[in-house]
Write a protein that binds this ligand. Structure first.
Ligand SMILES: O=C(O)CCC(=O)C(=O)O
Ligand SMILES: [Fe+2]
Length: 285
């Protein structure tokens, strides 16, 4: 990382307070909403706050529908290129296919999930995107998100991951450290290099104590990828996961970054009347 990159990163971070000032009433509404929500799951909320991750059980009917829809895409959808494309991952859904009636979106707008994330962020989250990610073995050195990193688009965020197929160590599971553990990596290290190798991170963290999101089809975890070091997709066998990404709505970049032409206002089959106030806020409507 060069000095000029460090300065441009610092400049990008200033976008957050600028955006908050510009849309202050929305910022306040997202926070005020949480103070009115009752937290029926205080134990798991406390664990999420402490650790930055939480294994949880999604709604059974929605989960079944999600698993079917993702498996169906895997079997039928042609390989798709997207701005996030990397050699070892294929995106099986692109924004032009987003549809409010689709379980990929409905699952992400589940009230229980939004409620948990809202309590964690202290604000009703903004849904940035949904993905169906198929990672495959490649004969190449580890790159990008196969290396340890923290996502750099907001100061706090949550990604919900669902294993669509059973995931064992061989499937290159999402691997991560808790919030507290991640703090052991000194801040200058994070500023100087976005990606850390196993060797580098092992200077501060015990590799054998990393968390791994292995588990049967349908297992689910939420993770603050901005504050927890993580990596994944070091596959020997293909892996299929669903991911929904939520920010505070006031991140360092434009909403939906780096995707282009995503706008929840023009989401096909959107029926605002059928959505709750929290779901509308999650879509920024
Ligand atoms: O491939 C993985 O499991 C890691 C993905 C990742 O870094 C992310 O979604 O932020
Ligand atoms: Fe990441």
């Amino acid at each position: 990382m060069t000095i000029s990159q460090i300065f441009s990163d610092a400049k990008v971070r200033l976008n957050k307070p600028k955006k908050i000032l510009k849309s202050f009433s929305e910022y306040r509404e997202r926070r005020a909403f949480v103070s009115r929500l009752n937290d029926s799951q205080q134990d798991s909320s406390a664990r999420m706050k402490e650790n930055g991750y939480l294994f949880f059980q999604p709604d059974a009917a929605e989960l079944e529908e999600l698993l079917l829809a993702c498996k169906n895409r895997y079997e039928n959808v042609e390989t798709i290129n997207s701005s996030m494309a990397k050699a070892f991952v294929k995106q099986l859904v692109t924004p032009d296919q987003y549809d409010a009636k689709d379980i990929l979106i409905r699952f992400a707008l589940n009230e229980d999930i939004l409620n948990r994330i809202a309590h964690y962020l202290g604000a009703v989250p903004f849904l940035e995107w949904v993905e169906v990610i198929n990672s495959n073995p490649v004969d190449a050195p580890l790159v990008k998100s196969q290396l340890w990193h923290k996502d750099g688009t907001d100061n706090k965020m949550v990604k919900v991951f669902v294993n669509i197929f059973d995931v064992t160590e061989e499937h290159g599971p999402l691997s991560f450290y808790s919030r507290q553990d991640s703090k052991r990596v000194p801040i200058h290290k994070n500023i100087m290099s976005h990606y850390l190798s196993d060797e580098e991170i092992s200077e501060w963290l015990d590799l054998s104590s990393k968390m791994q999101f292995t588990g049967p089809s349908g297992s689910a975890v939420m993770l603050d990828t901005a504050n927890c070091y993580h990596m994944g997709s070091r596959c020997q066998k293909p892996r299929l996961v669903y991911c929904a990404y939520y920010s505070t709505g006031f991140g360092y970049y434009a909403r939906h970054y780096p995707l282009k032409n995503v706008n929840w206002k023009t989401l096909p089959n959107l029926d605002k009347g059928a959505l709750s106030d929290m779901q509308l806020l999650a879509l920024g409507l």
